[in-house]
Design a protein around this ligand. Structure first.
Ligand SMILES: C[S@@+](CC[C@H](N)C(=O)[O-])C[C@H]1O[C@@H](n2cnc3c(N)ncnc32)[C@H](O)[C@@H]1O
Ligand code: SF4
Length: 417
């Protein structure tokens, strides 16, 4: 990690202490009193593995997948039974991997969830384009899925080729989406691919809205150190121009930017498995964020099953936040939604944002990264680009390092970031 990143971290957390992760965990997780609790379930199976993808996944194997789902259900009960009563939650997201591969077991998982949690804002699930057919979509809808996110990446064969993915059959996707309706249909695209122009990206996004999306996510390509991808992302200047141009295009065509990476074409369309407040994660590599701690489950499917089958937590590493560390984490993810709400910050921490980070917010205003509004601050176009830029940096300095270790070792003893 560069000296500058460490200095910035020390300044913002007012401490020399790094984020320190250890292999211990709480037997009882203090989630019951959390307001705005989200749920996340990870399904780490794919029919084929993409060489650019950093997520925790293995090749699909029916027997292993069935055993994994049985364990997932046990983990939900293990955590759910820690507190009496039904806990109210905002949303539940299934991510992967390829969650649709367990569509026939989704009802079993939902039954376990419903024994302990009450979800108020819907259920989201990630789809591979191959999963978008009427039969699968109906099965998802029947089990309560209200939002889907489809990993398109690009409709153009040349970019699918660069990423090593198959050609997309847009017509087939449109037919299925016409027949089975969801409140949110989001489509993921990767941008800043070699040679990619504004026209390329605009064509992809126009096509997404034509075939049934009401929400799009545009992720900058990230070259993780442990993936085998040979893709060279666009240089910073070209990336910024592409991002600014596509943002202006989407905003002038009736979209609202609801986060750094996502744009919504209809008011109710939202797809965000990330929340700055609190969430519980189930399954391999799933993370849990609570008021004073962040923890991550093992990446190893067999070790995960073994722990759960012996009624133990599958937690691999836990960090306990200092107050300032938690505030920075909170602000980082709040800024991801393009706004910083001072009242919400004060409600969560019991102290005014101005008192804790008044100087930093003034600097951010002077540098025109944010401007003031009634709630606190909103990110400017410049601020959003630099957020993108630092998020890329953060991903490579923190997430890349953590995932790199966890892919090799199921239960590392200690990790400092
Ligand atoms: C779990 S995948 C989506 C669902 C499904 N597995 C699929 O591939 O279609 C999540 C999304 O992360 C994004 N993604 C994966 N690797 C990435 C990388 N190296 N850089 C940027 N975005 C990436 C892709 O847009 C992908 O759709
Ligand atoms: S991008 Fe999707 S399909 Fe490809 S390996 Fe990653 S999770 Fe699996």
């Amino acid at each position: 990690m560069s000296v500058l990143t460490s200095l910035v971290r020390m300044w913002l957390t007012r401490s020399r202490k790094p984020f320190s992760f250890v292999d211990s965990y709480d037997k009882t997780l203090p989630y019951f009193d959390c307001v705005n609790l989200g749920l996340y379930i990870h399904i780490p199976f794919c029919k084929s593995i993409c060489n650019f993808c950093p997520y925790c996944k293995v090749l699909y194997d029916k027997e292993l997948c069935d055993e994994y789902v049985d364990c997932l259900i046990k983990e939900i009960h293990l955590v759910g039974k820690q507190h009496e009563g039904i806990k109210r939650c905002t949303s539940l997201y299934f991510g992967g991997g390829t969650p649709a591969l367990i569509a026939s077991r989704l009802q079993d998982i939902m039954s376990a969830i419903n024994e302990h949690f009450h979800i108020t804002e819907g259920v989201g699930l990630e789809l591979h384009p191959d999963n978008v057919n009427e039969e699968t979509l109906r099965m998802l809808q029947d089990t309560g899925v209200t939002k889907v996110s489809i990993g398109i990446q690009s409709f153009q064969d040349k970019f699918q080729g660069v990423l090593g993915r198959k050609r997309i059959d847009a017509e087939k996707i449109k037919e299925a989406l016409d027949r089975v309706k969801f409140e949110t249909v989001s489509m993921d695209f990767i941008f800043a691919l070699p040679g990619q122009t504004f026209e390329d990206l605009k064509g992809d996004l126009d096509a997404a809205f034509t075939i049934g999306a009401n929400h799009v996510a545009i992720y900058p390509f990230i070259d993780f150190t442990f993936t085998s991808s040979k893709v060279e992302p666009l240089p910073k200047k070209k990336k910024r121009k592409l991002l600014d141009d596509i943002t202006s295009y989407l905003l002038s065509n009736g979209c609202v930017r609801d986060s750094i990476w996502t744009f919504s074409r209809e008011k109710q369309a939202r797809y965000s498995s990330m929340t700055r407040d609190n969430f519980l994660g189930f399954g391999c590599s799933a993370t849990t964020l609570l008021k004073e701690q962040f923890k991550i489950n093992t990446f190893d499917v067999k070790e995960y099953c073994q722990r759960i089958n012996s009624q133990e937590s599958a937690t691999s590493l836990t960090t306990r936040f200092s107050l300032r560390q938690r505030m920075i984490y909170y602000l980082f993810w709040m800024a991801y939604s393009m706004r910083i709400n001072a009242q919400e910050f004060e409600r969560f921490f019991g102290v005014p944002l101005q008192k804790m980070y008044g100087f930093e917010m003034m600097l951010a205003r002077l540098m025109r990264f944010v401007k003031k509004n009634n709630e606190g601050y909103e990110l400017t176009l410049k601020g959003a680009f630099y957020y993108h830029y630092y998020e890329n940096y953060y991903t490579l300095s923190y997430i890349d390092k953590m995932w790199g270790v966890m892919r090799k070792e199921a239960f590392p003893k200690h990790l400092e970031l």
